[in-house]
Design a protein around this ligand. Structure first.
Ligand SMILES: Nc1ncnc2c1ncn2[C@@H]1O[C@H](COP(=O)(O)OP(=O)(O)O)[C@@H](O)[C@H]1O
Ligand SMILES: [Mg+2]
Length: 392
């Protein structure tokens, strides 16, 4: 059973369809990162999940309860926002207590002077205090409990916001770019913290980010949403090694994947720089336009100008030294394109701008995408085979 299911969620603002039938299932305790470019509808989808926005169509199920039309307060879904949205005039302890007070105390019990006179109020308030302290201890923010948001750093505010969301022990946890207000170092550190907290809480989590590295490094599965559609939902390594759509391939990986226009040759063959693939679908006619993609780490760059070798001739345009790796931008004048290669210092150390090179791409790392952007199944033809063919 899924802990959380979204089925065909649609949403338009005016004539603008933002979500075109989004479906997603999360297993109990699963951490799903929802990624996509800015404006693709990530926050809208989370807000629909939290009940802050209504869907035009579709269904949301938590456990075995359909929550599509429930009020936000009845959903048992907690959300952490980018802005943290802490109350500035309340201490951390009071901020964390808010969701518990809303649930466990009546309107009268919450009144400052009258409240303590109401039956059951003292016991409830002391239980809330205990739960707040427990949560603060778990998140190691005990020392912050008496401070107001203005007296805390960004990272501390973020932890208080997480504590406030987790203290109700929600059935689903939603986070909308919770790290985007932190500086780069703290952000990488906080990734690990959030994953750790998630493991301890064991609650299915949908974590929104526009940062592909954050998504790949944190999530059990990554959902890539582009143009209102969920293009792929898979484990990080599958998203990276086996992208289902050209936009997914372009969205993940740094430096970006090389994408070039090409066309199908007779026999369903697609080839580039020594890499040869045969499309499985024999109905794709020769001459059909396709897009090919290959990641920078699978480009072999051979310096020198020797004739009669395989691969494509080019010239280094620019070299970036990044310490543990070297990025070489190679201009291929014959096809009017620049290919990016990611090399080790040993491989790329001698390259400089205008060095003549040959490029070789590994056939088993060449992706072929159809005109609609979907990946086409293709078998790599290893070069040893083609050599045999040529000789025999
Ligand atoms: N309440 C609204 N009214 C009209 N348009 C909206 C509203 N909320 C969001 N949008 C639009 O919907 C699109 C998706 O927004 P959003 O979900 O915030 O994207 P993301 O979080 O992926 O950056 C954007 O083009 C945004 O301008
Ligand atoms: Mg957003």
């Amino acid at each position: 059973m899924s802990a959380l299911s979204l089925r065909n969620i649609e949403k338009s603002f005016g004539a603008n369809q933002i979500l075109k039938g989004i479906s997603l299932d999360a297993a109990p305790g699963e951490f799903i990162a929802l990624v996509g470019p800015s404006g693709c509808g990530k926050s809208t989808l989370l807000r629909i999940l939290a009940g802050l926005e209504s869907a035009d169509a579709g269904e949301i199920v938590v456990g075995d309860t359909v929550i599509t039309d429930m009020q936000p307060a009845d959903r048992n879904v907690a959300m952490v926002f980018q802005s943290y949205a802490l109350y500035p005039h309340l201490t951390a302890s009071e901020n964390i207590a808010v969701p518990l007070a809303m649930r466990r105390l009546s309107t009268l019990q919450r009144l400052p002077l009258v409240g303590p006179l109401m039956p059951g109020q003292r016991k409830a308030v002391s239980e809330i205090g205990r739960d707040v302290r427990e949560m603060a201890a778990a998140l190691k923010i005990d020392h912050l409990l008496d401070r107001k948001p203005g007296q805390m750093s960004g990272g501390q505010r973020q932890r208080v916001a997480l504590a406030r969301a987790m203290v109700r022990r929600p059935a689903v946890f939603l986070m909308d770019e919770p790290l985007s207000n932190l500086d780069a170092n703290l952000r990488v550190h906080a990734r690990g913290e959030i994953v750790e907290l998630h493991r301890r809480a064991g609650v299915p989590t949908v974590y929104v980010t526009h940062d592909q590295a954050e998504a790949l490094s944190m999530a059990d599965r990554v959902a890539v949403m582009i143009g209102g559609e969920m293009l792929q939902l898979a484990a990080p390594q599958v998203i990276y090694d086996d992208p289902a759509h050209v936009e997914v391939a372009k969205f993940v990986g740094q430096p970006r994947i090389n994408i070039l226009n090409s066309h199908v040759m007779s026999g369903g063959i697609v080839a580039f720089a020594g890499a040869i693939c045969e499309l499985k679908d024999k109905n794709i006619t020769s001459g059909s336009p396709v897009t090919i993609g290959f990641r920078p780490e699978f480009v072999k760059v051979i310096a020198g100008d020797e004739a009669g070798e395989s691969g494509l001739r080019g010239r280094v345009e620019r070299v970036e030294f990044l310490g543990s790796e070297i990025i070489a931008y190679c201009r291929l004048d014959a096809i009017g394109a620049t290919v990016v290669a990611k090399l080790t210092p040993a491989e790329g150390g001698k390259l400089s701008s205008s060095t003549p090179v040959r490029l070789d791409v590994a056939a088993d790392h060449l992706f072929v995408f159809g005109a609609d952007g979907r990946r086409l199944a293709a078998d790599p033809i290893l070069q040893t085979n083609t050599a045999e063919l040529a000789h025999g």
